[in-house]
Design a protein around this ligand. Structure first.
Ligand SMILES: [Zn+2]
Length: 368
């Protein structure tokens, strides 16, 4: 099999001081951190399903190191008091000091203050690229800021083909690096429209099953529309992170206002897209980047957060295929092994179509 993984964050390989994905209890997490000879511990990959509980500040408070542990979806992370003091974090709607929870932009701000730079980051990225190649991945679409694009530009012997996906805030720097280095293809520019279901920040039309909230809308349709216009004027396309049906609605409204000239602007995830929204996406010539792996991986989270009805129509790759909406698949590294999602996609779409979408339409020309 030759896979195209159209949605990766290889910089998360730099947040692997401890193998959190292997922890089966809070005690495991604590032991991993305590046995590590480091003053600042960065981890990524915990989730309630494997720990049997959520991970909270109180579980980490007596550990004499500064700790930041990102949940697997990287939309929420937990910190302890020592880290709060080191950085000087203040309570806000994106930081809950009681639980030690950082959300969305505030989490990314803190994570980028702490993440390794230069050579250490280069090593982490190479590790990710080699792991991808060893699993049959031939091309990745990786999200980067300007610093990370510079790290890529300095790498040698890259084992897979790389499409760099700039974050909107930093896209000009990334475009510049790609044009100078001439070794990478430039992908879509990423804008976050909402958060994630696990963190209850994906923006829904109706409230979550277990809270009265509908999640967080990070950009409304007017803001999205003006970003799309700006990017199109530079010949660039957008990748909108939109998980909830409410967020997908904002994206579609934005495109309906702008009427994009370029085909294949992307929506990332579109986990709760409805049939009606899917038809509008098709009409707008959008490309949906779906994660079939999420359905089996987050089954319990979906049921708890969304209830049975919404939980059962999540990541609707069968419906999208039937309607003829253009899709590509990407792991979002949950988990990274493409066979996991491929096997699920095969059970819904059959082997031939699963290969087609996971192969980035290799038999049939390109979307880039
Ligand atoms: Zn992602």
């Amino acid at each position: 099999m030759r896979f195209v993984d159209a949605h990766t964050h290889l910089e998360l390989f730099a947040f692997r001081d401890v193998p959190l994905e292997k922890a089966r209890s809070v005690e495991d997490v604590r032991n991993m951190i305590l046995s590590l000879p480091k003053e600042v511990v960065l981890g990524w990959g915990w989730r309630e399903e494997s720990l049997g509980t959520s991970l909270e500040r109180e579980h980490l408070e007596d550990i004499p190191k500064a700790v930041l542990l990102l949940r697997m979806d990287a939309h929420v992370g937990v910190v302890n008091g020592r880290l709060i003091d080191t950085i000087g974090l203040e309570k806000s709607d994106k930081f809950d000091p009681e639980r030690g929870y950082l959300y969305e932009e505030e989490l990314w701000r803190v994570a980028s203050l702490l993440k390794p730079k230069g050579n250490d980051m280069a090593k982490a990225i190479m590790k990710g690229l080699r792991e991808a190649a060893s699993m049959g991945v031939v091309e990745i679409h990786d999200f980067v800021d300007g610093d990370l694009a510079e790290v890529y530009a300095g790498l040698e012997d890259i084992p897979v083909s790389v499409v760099l996906m700039p974050y909107y805030e930093d896209h000009e720097r990334v475009v510049d690096v790609v044009r100078r280095s001439k070794r990478f293809r430039l992908g879509w520019v990423k804008i976050f429209v909402d958060g994630s279901i696990g963190a209850r920040t994906a923006y829904l039309k109706e409230p979550y099953e277990d809270t009265s909230s509908r999640g967080l809308l990070l950009k409304n349709y007017r803001e999205i529309a003006s970003a799309v216009e700006e990017l199109e004027s530079k010949g660039l396309r957008v990748a909108l992170h939109a998980i909830g049906d409410g967020a997908v609605e904002e994206c579609l409204r934005a495109f309906e206002v702008v009427r994009p000239k370029l085909p294949y602007h992307r929506i990332e995830h579109a986990e709760l897209i409805t049939r009606d929204q899917a038809l509008r996406a098709k009409e707008l010539r959008l490309l949906l980047c779906m994660q079939p792996n999420f359905t089996p991986f987050f089954r319990e989270t979906y049921l708890k957060a969304l209830g049975r009805e919404r939980g059962s129509r999540i990541n609707p790759i069968g419906m999208l295929d039937e309607l003829g909406v253009d899709m590509i698949f990407g792991s979002d590294m949950m988990p990274f092994d493409p066979m996991y999602g491929f096997n699920y996609a095969k059970s819904i779409l059959g082997e031939r179509k699963a290969k087609y979408y996971y192969g980035g339409w290799r038999d049939e020309g390109r979307y880039l």
